[in-house]
Ligand binder design. Structure first.
Ligand SMILES: Nc1ncnc2c1ncn2[C@@H]1O[C@H](COP(=O)(O)OP(=O)(O)OP(=O)(O)O)[C@@H](O)[C@H]1O
Length: 229
């Protein structure tokens, strides 16, 4: 469904992503795990068209999006929940979600979104900046979901979030997958979280994929070794 072949990304002379290729199916969740600075954010930004990159192929459901601008990629079904969430602090919760609606051409926020995130419904008139980290993460996911994506990218969604809320986010991602049958790709450093949501785990190191396991075959000690210095 989502296919990437030979992706390369550089900052000036310095190449950060080296020849990455992968495929993720519809209704599959892939976790890309690696320490700080290994290239996860760079990978996601390039897939979104926020950073320039070179690739033989980047396609969503058979449509090549590799040469497209960010907004065109979004219109073709890829959505992004950035690291740090990047919600608009001066807009209300409802207004934040509505910024995603323009893409899907829906007039109002579907009930399904508030059913997934009841706390966002309760807080819909509050400013985004007044939410807790966990609530902001939910808001960022809701804003991405209303674009009706086929592929949802989440960059370190558990960063700075307390353990009980991390569990809620895992639950919601599993529900989203069941409801929408979408492809989810998440970058992470927290193995207990990815073990709850991912079908497959890939380890990234210095911009290369160096290890891959189906969840059932994961050797936790080995992955943890990759995640610690
Ligand atoms: N704007 C930039 N200019 C030059 N080099 C950069 C830039 N942004 C990131 N890098 C470098 O690219 C490499 C990958 O960084 P990236 O942020 O993608 O890693 P990451 O795995 O997402 O880590 P983190 O979780 O800390 O964000 C690092 O060596 C980083 O120093």
């Amino acid at each position: 469904m989502f296919e990437v072949e030979n992706l390369q990304v550089s900052y000036g002379q310095s190449q950060v992503i080296h020849d990455i290729s992968f495929k993720v199916d519809k209704n599959e969740t892939l976790a890309i795990m690696g320490r700080n600075g290994m290239g996860k954010t760079t990978l996601f930004k390039s897939l979104m068209g926020i950073l320039p990159s070179q690739a033989d192929k980047v396609s969503i459901a058979g449509v090549s999006v590799g040469g497209m601008e960010s907004h065109q990629r979004v219109a073709n079904g890829i959505a992004y929940v950035p690291q740090g969430r990047m919600i608009f602090s001066n807009l209300t919760v409802q207004e934040n979600i509505e910024t995603g609606l323009q893409v899907s051409k829906m007039k109002s926020i579907p009930d399904e979104i508030f059913a997934l995130f009841p706390v966002l419904h309760d807080m819909r008139h509050r400013k985004g900046g007044n939410l807790s980290g966990g609530q902001q993460q939910q808001l960022a996911i809701a804003r991405a979901l209303v674009t009706n994506p086929k592929v949802l990218l989440l960059d370190e969604p558990t960063e700075g979030i307390q353990p009980s809320i991390i569990k809620d986010i895992a639950k919601v991602l599993n529900e989203i997958r069941k409801m929408r049958e979408i492809t989810i790709i998440v970058s992470e450093q927290v193995l207990s979280f990815t073990m709850e949501i991912a079908d497959r785990i890939i380890v990234i190191e210095k911009g290369k994929f160096i290890h891959e396991d189906m969840r059932a075959d994961v050797d936790a000690a080995m992955i943890k070794k990759y995640l610690t210095v």
